[in-house]
Write a protein that binds this ligand. Structure first.
Ligand code: AMP
Length: 281
């Protein structure tokens, strides 16, 4: 595995690989890798000839009171996981290089999806995500870019951005990887103590409850949300940010269960923000 430390080298490399007819699969991450990230690498390997994984903790997607400085980092561990998973190139951009002197104006808000759900409680977060993903895309110029359904709003927004800008990149979404008990893997799980982890299992149980209600023929979303809310509130450690049932293609709230419906959850447990989601129809 080779390391690439700046955008120009990455662009040249990408250009050479593509001139050789190689398909590049790209996995953007913030590091502190786990099985969830590695499932994205496996997907990238399945569809492409060369896999590029980036590690960059992107400052512009963290709010002023968020965990940018304490976000977990362990480059040595990440290096060995990437080697084992068969990553070909590890892209480790530096801030001054990838951001240059200016920010792209926040046109992202015009995508219409940046200010709802997680964007409502994390102002500027998705503008930051789009900033960095655009820059990474310009540096890597991948054939495929792989994103986890774990961050469903992010995946939907990146798909829309790619369409709106006509980027020649195919976006692939992959399923959420969970612990055996059902907790969605996340780098931030390292913040959770035993009690918080126990409480966090209610997220998965809530998703399953909603699926079960739909399977039993419940179509009224208010009723589904009420039961999910009651289950989450059964543990006093859980502070609900939102419970939303949306159309997965545009993230707009729906009132009645329709052919496609996705339940998105965001909560805080002992100060750690956790998100989870599932298709319930
Ligand atoms: P992050 O390093 O948290 O920015 O995540 C990098 C990529 O990994 C994103 O596309 C995430 O959606 C994806 N990802 C994170 N956790 C999981 C998981 N448990 N299962 C699948 N994909 C995940």
């Amino acid at each position: 595995m080779k390391q690439v430390h700046n955008c120009q080298s990455m662009q040249e490399l990408s250009h050479t690989l593509k001139a050789q007819g190689k398909k590049i699969g790209f996995v953007p991450t913030m590091g502190y890798l786990h099985e969830g990230h590695l499932s994205l690498v496996a997907q990238a390997k399945a569809v492409s000839d060369v896999v590029v994984l980036s590690i960059y903790v992107n400052p512009t997607q963290f709010g002023p009171n968020e965990d940018f400085t304490k976000y977990p980092r362990d480059l040595n561990h990440d290096l060995s996981l990437c080697e084992q998973a068969g990553v070909d190139y590890l892209f480790l951009p530096e801030t001054a290089d990838i951001y240059g002197l200016s920010n792209i104006p926040s046109w992202t808000d015009s995508l219409g999806m940046g200010k709802i759900l997680c964007g409502a409680s994390r102002p500027g977060h998705f503008a930051g995500v789009v900033q960095i993903v655009t820059r990474l895309f310009m540096a890597v110029a991948p054939t495929f870019a792989i994103f986890g359904e774990k961050d469903f709003q992010q995946l939907t927004l990146i798909r829309k951005m790619t369409q709106d800008l006509n980027l020649p990149i195919q976006i692939i979404g992959t399923p959420i990887i969970r612990s055996p008990e059902g907790l969605a893997l996340s780098s931030r799980n390292v913040y959770l103590d035993k009690e918080a982890k126990q409480a966090a299992l209610l997220l998965y149980q809530s998703l399953n409850l909603a699926k079960q209600l739909c399977q039993n023929g419940e179509t009224d979303i208010k009723k589904i949300v009420k039961q999910v809310e009651a289950l989450l509130k059964s543990n006093p450690l859980i502070i609900i940010d939102y419970i939303a049932v949306v159309n997965p293609s545009n993230l707009l709230a729906i009132n009645q269960i329709q052919v496609q419906a996705r339940l998105l959850l965001a909560v805080k447990i002992k100060g750690t923000r956790l998100i989870d989601n599932a298709s319930i129809m």
